[in-house]
Design a protein around this ligand. Sequence first.
Ligand code: HDE
Length: 698
Amino acid sequence: MPKTNEKTTRMGADRAPHSAGNQTTNQGVGVANTDDSLKAGKRGPTLMEDFIFREKITHFDHERIPERIVHARGSGAHGYFQVYESLSHLTKAHFLSDPALVTPVFVRFSTVAGSRGSADTVRDVRGFAVKFYTQQGNYDIVGNNMPVFFIQDAIKFPDLIHAVKPEPNNEMPQAASAHDTFWDFVVNTPESMHTVLWLMSPRALPQSYRMMEGFGIHTFRFVNADGESKFVKFHWKPLLGVHSLVWDEAQKIAGKDADFNRRDLWNSIAAGHPAEFEFGIQVLDPKDEFKFGFDILDCTKLWPEELVPVQRVGKMTLNENPQNFFAETEQAAFCPANIVPGIDFTNDPLLQGRLFSYLDTQLSRLGGPNFHQIPINRPLPPVNNDQRDGIHQMRVDEGQTAYHPNALNRNEPHSAHQGESAFAHLQEKVDGSVIRERSESFRDHFSQAAMFWNSMSAFERKHIIDAFRFELGKCTNKNTRQRTVDLLGQVNAELAGAVAEGLGIVPAKARPAQPNPASSPALSIENTVKSPKTRRVAILIEQGFQQQQLDAVTRALAAAGAQYEIISAGLKPIPSAEGKAAEPCQTFATAASVLYDAVFVPGGAAALAQNAEAKLFVEEAYRHFKTIGLCGEAAQLLAEQPNPGADCCPSAGVVVCAESREIRRFADDFIAALAAGRHYQRAGATLAAQPKVVLRKG
Ligand code: HDE
């Protein structure tokens, strides 16, 4: 594995290890006592002249900076990127042209709506922002985990965010779209419908930041050394596949461990399991710009992978945790306008607005125009220009001249030579009347929303229907509920009918069913990579457990790259039937099934089978479709399985071992079930159980 990066080494100069030595003030004066303030007598008042006290408290008083206006809650990681083969036929960007080049990256994953301290597992879009420290300067892909966006023009962004954030009169609810103002915005902004479907889908509840896709969303351009340009969309494909939580689980995790996704990323990297993503591109020749039924500049549309295949052209590996959350993750400033030669923008009106917003927002968030000097934001090549001064200026620029052209300093710094090192904007012809209007080609808001719905598997459809019922159920305004359902009717009658049924309303006339509805199998997470790697298994034990079974399963888990934790009623070592002891690292008080991917209970669990907490643990794992392995008496833990109804397979993913001598086969079956992910078959063909659609006239 290549050494992580020059960036970290370079940042080393700015790192301040918590070293041994004398304490000092910020002026470098030695401090003998930082535990007591200076007083007039041991019980007397504190003195104004106590500069040591004042300096310490003043600095503390100013420790916080404003949180990001959106994407306030996030987690970062360092790593590196390498292209598989040169893309120089498409782009002159160095970092995409040389497979030997290892480009350092810093990535920040985030939620959008919640405050900095909100829970990780809320229903929301996730940010996926990548900063490449290339030798030609910083390049940022500031993307999300969904390929489309709610609005088509950046001027509507403040409206969208004001609607989804807590309502301004009472600052409720936190980190949730399930409230009146968001849905009021949706019904009045039908262009949001496609992304709203993504938001109601399992994609809005990623199991792990290591298990979600990333998308640049906008259409960008590649430009090669001959000045030829192609349209391009960017993708990140997680090597572990795309996996999501279920809603009941996500809500419970928010209480049990609000840092669930953050902890998972941190612990995985610390344990030597890097987060790995392949870099994908969809490339379109300019002559094909108008060949689709949608406008490629419209961010509420994606390019179906079946029409324009995603080519996997490189890999990003995140293998290093930040040393200091504030200095790195919090102060990282991403900006879609940070590009390098070989990449260019398009006229997408959402992108154009973003090109302004990010630099602007950093001015107040990071307190002035010199935030590019903060270590995490510094580019690799030296910065050389006539910009000067400003708040938090860290450079001591020398010399008499700070303007160009100049004769006094022989025009230095001089203009970069056109060609590879200087950025040259693509010379695109622009011709049009000055007009404040949307293009006709941006008018269709429902075809791709319908395609998304058509592409969903049964469990995803059930998830979407339940999510709409939940969100609209939290809306107090009945008119908003009705209008949302009516809009859903423009997407799919079955969807509208099922949501309406849950809300006790009748949908308006729905769009007639299409004869050959379009679908894109790549959109369903059912078709994703499945693997036991890094999956977390809870092992419940009690005094007298079968050591040999525990050993066989833990060996198999380790061989499969999975992880496990031993849980019991207390933390004292638990003796097995064979007399050895195992030490639990969690108890039923500190752990919960929602924090694991699977449960295993070895035999010798007669007492455990009567333990209400252990029962709840296993039953909840069952309800959330997780793999369950039970040996001997442990099978009683699931004796009263919930009956999810007809047409289902209640035992899917439940692996039972009746006899100790079958333990090896059991371990293999358990790992296979763990690799398969969730066992939605337990719920059956849920859509078949949906009520018939009733249509309201008009
Ligand atoms: Fe952002 N967005 N955004 N956004 N966005 C910000 O910049 C904005 C949009 C995205 O981890 C802000 O530094 C406008 C789309 C990410 O630090 C701000 C519009 C996409 C992050 C801003 C959009 C994104 C941000 C707030 C409408 C996916 C977090 C703090 C055109 C392609 C980056 C900051 C991080 C953050 C503006 C829409 C992704 C205010 C005006 C579309 C991942 O500048």
